[in-house]
Design a protein around this ligand. Sequence first.
Ligand code: TTP
Ligand code: MG
Length: 406
Amino acid sequence: MSRRIMHIDLDAFFVSVEQALNPELKGKPVVVGGRPDRRGVVASASYEARQFGLYAGMPLATASRLCPQATFIEGSFPKYRQASQRFMAILADFSPFLEPVSLDEAYLDVTGFESIYGSIHQMATKIKQRIKDELGLCASVGIASCKVVAKVASELSKPDGLLEVAGGKERSFLAPLPVAKLPGVGKKTEQLLKGVGINTVGELSKMPLSALKSYFGASGELLHRYAKGIDDREVEPPSAAKSISRETTFGKDTRDRSLLKATLRYLGERVGADLRQRGKQAGCVTLKLRYADFTTITRRHTLSQTSDSDQTIFDTGVKLLKRELSLGKQPVRLIGIGVSNLAEPGRQLDMLDASAQRQEQLNKAIDRIRNKYGFTAIQTGRTLLLKDIFPESEGGYTLHTPSLSR
Ligand code: TTP
Ligand code: MG
């Protein structure tokens, strides 16, 4: 069954936090980044300021020339960090499959949640409302079957938007957009593509893979897939990290075995502590060494039984170290130790099974509903930009623009 993934991004985040704390600033051109007489750039511009051509990354001096009436604020990071934590906590209430991407941006896997919220669209409306009520901030939400399309959708719906791309419509949704809208297409890529006459994502999606690979190497393949609206990346909660490691570079290259061992013990203990804090067990231990001439090696050992014990991590690391040092190479510049093949300990496996079971039940329920009522109905909103991009006759997109009443 097709996945449903939400991408949620707060609008004009730093500025909006300032406006929530000081309502006098609402509805006005506001810039966070610093005083206009200072060097530096705009970090965040309110949508009112953007109407004057201001954008993140613009030098403050240029910003104040284009929009002298704007309020310029230095900004304070702790405020934004706190708002970010509260934002993520709200999202975590809705789905445990949460992947924070930056302070104001996250993916949520919401596959199967229709049965709880009526529809994913309604779920998104609830999320937006809670963010508004509790934080005084506006969020824009994109919903699609994969990350890349969900991200483009949230971006397009801004500000205070909600845009859903129905399963099967990913490619036609992306096709008319300028290539720069596609994540992974930066300024350079955009220029190069323009140079060969590729302006839209649709044109990009028709380029032969071999041509893209010859221009962009390995990332050509990714571009090829993204342009077609194909993206298999999972929403990965941070605890699902695939490995944990620590390493350190010595002040002076060394062959001193007792120093190497002591360092390995220290690093191993930190890895172990991190592992236990995440409630995980490791199946594999990796030693990393960088020699004086910068050649770097890694040596892995698979444990016969998963473990989160410092001793096991250290013992395994030392075994690998001894074997490597017996080869009598050069002095060591850097040493590191890591664990991978992370698994939940037995006691938590039950919980995991229960949630998998619940997911399975949800999935079945959704399939039943879908079979009965078909896919999401079409709504169109009033945002001009979106109307231009999605002629109403094409269908397949659910578009919500902010309602004024609250
Ligand atoms: P963004 O989500 O890129 O921007 P935004 O939230 O201000 O506006 P939008 O409505 O388009 O999402 O970044 C989130 C915050 O990260 C932003 O408020 C400030 C900070 N930031 C910088 O400090 N420097 C930058 O160049 C960018 C892009 C963001
Ligand atoms: Mg944002």
